[in-house]
Design a protein around this ligand. Structure first.
Ligand SMILES: C[S@@+](CC[C@H](N)C(=O)[O-])C[C@H]1O[C@@H](n2cnc3c(N)ncnc32)[C@H](O)[C@@H]1O
Length: 181
């Protein structure tokens, strides 16, 4: 397992060679590079609300972009249009809306575009918070929207207390009021 924050996240994500993967809030595109390096005929779609970050991520991943393995869009997740795309995995690293407030709109988009066996991987850390505290917030965000938490991982990396929550979208017709597992 890698012992840097992004390398560890990509190890946990464990992209399959043919998987379709969505990254939310890709920043400079460091994780996209690591994921693409593991793909054969799979594909990564990355979004970030910052056009500056998307430009930097495209520069960094020019080779993968040219090979058709990576695609980048400037968009807020909540209003992103992925057309008919279905993803095997979606992930986000240090993306605020999942750790603060209610990510209802973001999760609704993800639920629509994850394949039936799809999983969401949320990684987050904050300097003044323990991994337990960060994990609690991530779990509250997904469970409050009827997602199921499948696993919680915690690790100290690069001086950060990183938490990862792996979650499954609600079954069609489930509501946020159903009992939490
Ligand atoms: C703290 S940076 C993390 C960048 C990268 N994931 C990493 O871990 O190094 C958060 C990134 O998420 C993007 N972001 C935040 N909220 C977003 C949203 N709702 N939709 C799309 N991108 C978002 C920001 O523009 C920023 O580039």
């Amino acid at each position: 397992m890698a012992n840097d924050r992004i390398g560890w996240a990509v190890d946990v994500l464990s992209p399959g060679a043919s998987e379709r993967i969505l990254e939310v809030g890709c920043g400079h595109g460091v994780a996209v590079t690591m994921v693409c390096d593991r793909l054969i005929d799979g594909r990564v779609v990355a979004v970030d609300r910052s056009a500056t970050m998307i430009a930097a991520a495209k520069r960094r991943n020019a080779r993968h972009l040219a090979a058709g393995r990576a695609e980048f869009h400037t968009a807020e997740l909540a209003s992103a249009d992925f057309s008919e795309a279905r993803f095997d995995k979606a992930f986000a690293l240090r993306v605020g809306p999942f750790a603060r407030g209610d990510p209802a709109r973001e999760l609704m988009v993800l639920a629509r575009h994850l394949s039936p066996a799809g999983r969401l991987y949320l990684f987050h850390d904050e300097p003044s918070r323990s991994a337990d505290d960060v994990a609690r917030r991530l779990k509250a965000g997904v469970r409050g929207n009827a997602w199921t938490v499948e696993a919680v991982l915690k690790k100290r990396l690069d001086g950060c207390n990183v938490a990862c929550v792996i979650a499954l979208p609600p079954k069609p017709n489930a509501t946020a009021d159903e009992p939490k597992r």
